[in-house]
Design a binder for this molecule. Structure first.
Ligand SMILES: [Zn+2]
Length: 481
């Protein structure tokens, strides 16, 4: 079986010299040497071209292994870069133009550009595209971090689906603001495609990837899915069909909502993207639809999971066959950071509450700022909840802390006082998921009307304005930037 090691970086144009030095170090380290170094995106900008190219030409900066890059921004607009698919820029530095196809003894790399779906792509080992295939998240269970803001609208392109399908690559890379690795999926060549979206070099999101190309490998990876791409004519109707197919799974005891149909999954093509405020590595923040009051947001794990236990490990007790589920420390830490940032933004206090159910769809935590006129009374809020819970006959846990593997509970955290936990089990059969919001409405405004989000619904223009206000207010507290 032939195998070839390949190193891939996201766009390195912010600091090409450091990135090249890094690649040389990796190549010379314990994982090297690599057969190729691919940069998904730009090496140059108009501002740095002269300096960086000069250093590459005079040898003060050199690349120890063949480097290929796929975005020619910053290159001088001469005839060579306009007319040739593959352009040698400097020793070991090669530009793959928009439809550049490079064939070596070890591999074929194809660079493909969106917007030309009439162009057939021959089978390829490594495919690089400027945008992401639009249906890529279909059938995937991996939380999908859609790039933020302006790039969002232009990041996915249906023409790339056809390109990736035709090329049936073993690896498909695309640049982005954020990192995402999909489960491998079956391709038309009878093998599996791995898609990896890489963030730009040097940022917080992952920007590097190394792999061994196994061209003859026809085995099926354990987490592989079917091909996410559709026939052209089924693009609109297919995602709904898929939800029903899932219901037919004999292993599934209940209907499952797929990420592509989930209101909180970033991979859902119909996501209310205008509500998204901030995206971290494990979670994101979005304005609540039909907010209880201005500033009401939700903290949402990126992973499609009914509770915060997004991870599992084998039980150390040999009599327990089921794995132990737990909250990932990285997720817990990031949610903490969001909470701290929100508390800084609202010095009058924030109430956080969540309902986690093993049979839920996609867990989220509500974050509701205390209204100005209630800040001085906030100490009474906890007592109010306890009184109401007792009246409803709910049994509360002694302390508000949760075991790591906890699910099926309601938990609310108040400013400056201990949290309350109510387990959602036979002890509390009457617990209603709308109860906490109704109580907050009652305490905030003296009546329960705003306790129903439908009474607070806004037009999309109003939502956009309100979300933009939150984005502006949150900007200085946003640790993800
Ligand atoms: Zn989801």
């Amino acid at each position: 079986m032939s195998s070839t090691k390949v190193l891939v970086f996201g766009d390195i144009s912010s600091d090409p010299k450091t990135a090249i030095a890094k690649a040389n170090t990796i190549n010379g380290g314990k994982n090297g040497p690599f057969r190729a170094f691919i940069v998904v995106g730009k090496v140059f900008t108009k501002n740095n071209f002269e300096e960086v190219n000069g250093a590459l030409q005079d040898g003060s900066v050199s690349v120890d292994l063949p480097m290929f890059f796929t975005d020619g921004e910053g290159l001088p607009e001469d005839s060579a870069t306009n007319q040739t698919d593959v352009v040698d820029i400097a020793p070991n530095v090669t530009f793959l133009n928009q439809w550049g196809r490079l064939m070596t003894d070890d591999f074929i790399i194809q660079n493909a550009t969106s917007g030309s779906n009439d162009r057939k792509t021959a089978p390829t080992d490594i495919l690089i595209t400027d945008k992401w295939p639009s249906n890529l998240p279909r059938l995937s269970k991996v939380g999908f971090a859609v790039p933020q803001t302006a790039e969002r609208a232009t990041n996915n392109d249906k023409t790339i689906d056809a390109t990736s399908k035709d090329a049936s690559p073993l690896y498909h890379f695309s640049g982005s603001e954020s990192f995402w690795e999909r489960e491998p999926f079956a391709n038309e060549a009878g093998k599996h495609t791995r898609f990896i979206g890489l963030a730009p070099f040097g940022g917080k999101q992952r920007w590097h990837y190394a792999f061994t190309l196994k061209k003859d490998d026809t085995s099926t990876p354990v987490n592989a899915t079917e091909c996410p791409y559709l026939k052209e004519d089924k693009v609109e109707e297919e995602p709904l069909k898929r939800a029903n197919e899932d219901d037919g799974d004999p292993m599934a005891k209940k209907p499952r909502i797929a990420p592509s149909d989930c209101f909180l999954c970033l991979s859902n093509p119909n996501l209310a993207a205008h509500l998204v405020v901030s995206i971290g590595q494990e979670s994101y923040m979005a304005m609540a639809k039909g907010p209880l009051l201005p500033g009401h947001v939700m903290l949402i794990p990126i992973k499609h999971n009914p509770d915060f236990c997004t991870e599992s490990r084998p039980s150390t007790n040999p009599r327990h066959r089921h794995p132990v589920r737990f909250v990932s420390p990285k997720l817990a830490l990031e949610l903490r950071k969001y909470q701290i940032a929100l508390k800084q933004m609202h010095p009058g206090g924030v109430v956080f509450y969540e309902i986690a159910k093993a049979k839920g769809v996609h867990v989220h935590q509500q974050a509701v700022p205390i209204p100005q006129e209630k800040i001085n009374n906030v100490e009474n809020l906890r007592e109010f909840f306890i009184k109401e819970a007792k009246e409803c006959g709910f049994r509360m846990e002694n302390n508000g802390e949760l075991r790591d593997d906890q699910t099926n509970y309601f938990r609310i955290e108040f400013p400056n006082s201990d949290p309350i936990v109510i387990k959602l089990n036979r002890q509390n059969p009457k617990f209603d998921v709308t109860w906490p919001r109704k109580l907050l409405a009652q305490w905030f405004f003296g009546n329960k009307e705003r306790g129903d989000w439908r009474n607070c619904s806004q037009t999309e223009a109003e939502e956009t304005e309100a979300a933009d206000k939150i984005k502006g207010d949150f900007e200085t507290f946003d640790f993800t930037r």
